[in-house]
Structure formats: structure tokens, C-alpha cells
Design a protein around this ligand. Structure first.
Ligand SMILES: NC(=O)c1ccc[n+]([C@@H]2O[C@H](COP(=O)([O-])OP(=O)(O)OC[C@H]3O[C@@H](n4cnc5c(N)ncnc54)[C@H](OP(=O)(O)O)[C@@H]3O)[C@@H](O)[C@H]2O)c1
Length: 303
């Protein structure tokens, strides 16, 4: 089967995803950027990472008609950065995603869409509504990154490798209302909840929420983590493997929510999301998830 991975937005995140895709010989990659020179420059640079044995290539463009035949579209475009909150430029990002949705619908109506741009839950919602694509084919990627951060902090607390930690999932918004699910996590086979107190739990939640701010004390913005988490999804789609991650899709009653998109546990394969996993949550997690859905819904309604 013919696959073409197109990445809209050739900034740090888009370019990092492209690099992983070509270096690992996933498929042909197209980088599309508002400013054409950036797409050309990044694709020229990344082209040197193509292994000599690879049958795939990369090219850059600013022409949306070049998206034709793409099977997977990653949206990593952004009209500006934020300093206090990921929803800071929400209006301009929503305008952008609506324009992109129109073009994608025109040139590749069968593609699977991975929404990375911030705020991903709100943009996943608007892309799906604007395009009318199946909700199982419009997937916001962010909660898996938050879950990586959850795992990272647990590993730091116990001085263990991340492979010692199981089921560290973060659900809900990719933002200040995100919900780490403590009740299912184990560390070397022991329940996390039996190993920590409320103070540590609170500090873990705050650390995950504030990760991006802390990182900005040392470098401008993150891109490697989200690039790897997005690459894993592309890999699962192309290699027809099953991947279990938390990701954002429009909900129709799952976890008690309608008409909102937020991170929930899903299984992904070549068709996009093929199963929504129902996992057990304790009462406090249920109530935090409800608050998170409310926050995203308010953001959606604010536009
Ligand atoms: N989901 C997550 O967990 C996660 C993690 C990290 C980052 N992000 C988000 O990912 C997005 C990209 O981050 P970044 O650091 O790569 O940003 P960046 O370096 O500023 O790159 C954004 C790129 O998008 C391009 N662009 C803007 N509008 C476009 C359009 N309509 N069509 C095509 N290209 C367009 C810009 O082009 P110009 O060259 O013309 O400006 C720019 O090159 C941001 O929204 C960021 O907040 C999400």
C-alpha cells in the first residue's frame, strides 16, 4: 500500500517528526510550510538523514495541492507562541485549523489526521467539525506526551528506570486541567498510591502541569518528546501495529462526555482509533476529568 506522510508546519516540531520518519525509513515525507523557504531548508537538511538503503524521500512545499495522495497528515503549524497558557492564541489557531481543514478535505479526504498544534484538544474538535471526517480519524496527540512526563517524574522520585513503571496515563486536557491517573500505576509491581502521600501526589500533578514552563528556563520550546510520541502513532498506522495510548478524539458519551475532544485511552491501528478503552478511575479522578472536559468546552465556546 502507498503511504505518504505530510506534515503541515515545518517548525521545530514538524521538522523533528519528519526527521524521525525519514531516519527510520517509514515512508515518503512532505513538509508543507506557510513560508516556503523553511520547508525547503528543513527538507534539504533532513534529506541527509535518509539511510543509503532507503527507498523513501523528503521534499518541501507551500502548495496545499501537493498534499494529494497523503495517507497521514500531521498538523504542527502555529501562528505564534504562548507564554502563560496554551490557549493564549486560541482564536488565531482555530482560524488556522479551519483553513487547514478545508484544504485537507479538498486534497486528501481519506487521510488520518494527527493534530499536534496547541491547544490540541480544541483544535482536534474544530478540525473534526469543520472537515466532517470520522471522529476516529482525527486524533489529537498530547496526552501521551503528558504521560511520558508523568513516568519521568515517578522514575525521578524512586530512582528507577522508566521501564519499572506501568500504566502511568494522563487523561483530559493538554493543559492546566490535565488528569494524571494514579490509581492504576505500579512501580516495580507495587501500587504507586501505596508508596506516596498526598503531598507527593499534589507535587507530581503540579510538576506535570508546569513541565513546559520549567523547560523554558533552560531552552526555548520542547519538540523531541512530542516528535517521538507522534512518530509512534505514524509508525503504528503504517506498520499496522496496535498502539495503546491516551489521545484526544471527539467524544460521544465516552467517559460521560459529549461534544468535546479530550485525552482518553484509545487503541490505534491502520484505520485510526479502532477502540476506546474504558479504564477504572477513582471518584476524585472522575471528578477531575469532568472538570477538564468543562474547561475544554469553555475554551471551545469562547472562540
Ligand atoms: N501537542 C503537544 O504536546 C505539543 C508539544 C509541543 C509543541 N506543540 C505545538 O506544536 C506547534 C508547533 O510548534 P513549533 O515549536 O514547531 O512551532 P514553530 O517552530 O513556530 O513552527 C510553526 C510553523 O507553522 C508554520 N505555519 C503557520 N501557519 C501555517 C499554515 N497555515 N500552513 C502551514 N504552515 C503554517 C509556521 O510558518 P512560518 O515559517 O511562516 O512562520 C512555522 O514554520 C505549536 O502549536 C506548539 O505549541 C504541541
Amino acid at each position: 500500500m502507498f503511504y505518504l506522510i505530510s506534515i503541515i508546519g515545518s517548525g521545530r516540531v514538524g521538522a523533528s517528526i519528519a526527521f524521525l520518519c525519514v531516519a527510520n525509513e517509514l515512508d515518503d515525507v512532505l513538509l508543507l510550510n506557510r513560508t516556503k523557504d523553511k520547508a525547503l531548508g528543513e527538507s534539504m537538511d533532513i534529506a541527509n538523514a535518509i539511510p543509503s538503503t532507503s527507498k523513501f524521500s523528503i521534499r518541501g512545499t507551500d502548495d496545499y495541492s501537493d498534499l494529494s495522495d497523503s495517507s497521514i497528515i500531521v498538523i504542527a503549524a502555529s501562528r505564534g507562541s504562548y507564554t502563560k497558557d496554551r490557549t493564549e492564541n486560541i482564536k488565531s489557531q482555530v482560524d488556522m485549523i479551519k483553513e487547514i481543514a478545508e484544504k485537507v478535505k479538498q486534497y486528501c479526504p481519506s487521510a488520518i489526521i494527527l493534530v499536534v498544534s496547541n491547544p490540541p484538544d480544541v483544535l482536534t474538535y474544530f478540525f473534526q467539525k469543520e472537515s466532517d471526517f470520522s471522529r476516529f480519524k482525527v486524533i489529537g496527540i498530547a496526552s501521551s506526551l503528558d504521560s511520558s512526563r508523568f513516568r519521568y517524574f515517578i522514575s525521578e522520585i524512586f530512582s528507577v528506570t522508566q521501564s519499572s513503571i506501568s500504566n502511568a496515563l494522563v487523561l483530559g486536557e493538554h493543559g492546566d486541567s490535565l488528569v494524571p491517573i494514579f490509581s492504576n500505576v505500579s512501580v516495580n509491581g507495587s501500587e504507586l498510591n501505596s508508596l506516596i502521600n498526598d503531598i507527593t501526589r499534589e507535587s507530581l500533578i503540579n510538576n506535570i502541569r508546569g513541565y513546559w514552563k520549567q523547560l523554558r528556563n533552560y531552552k526555548s520550546r520542547s519538540h523531541f518528546g512530542i516528535a517521538k510520541n507522534t512518530y509512534d502513532v505514524i509508525h503504528a498506522i503504517i506498520d499496522t501495529k496496535e498502539l495503546f495510548i491516551p489521545a484526544s478524539i471527539v467524544l460521544e458519551g465516552e467517559y460521560g462526555e459529549y461534544d468535546v475532544s479530550m485525552g482518553i485511552p484509545v487503541k490505534i491501528n491502520k484505520n485510526g482509533v479502532f477502540e476506546i478503552q474504558k479504564i477504572n478511575l477513582d471518584e476524585s479522578e472522575k471528578s477531575m476529568l469532568k472538570e477538564s472536559a468543562k474547561k475544554i468546552r469553555n475554551d471551545i465556546n469562547s472562540v
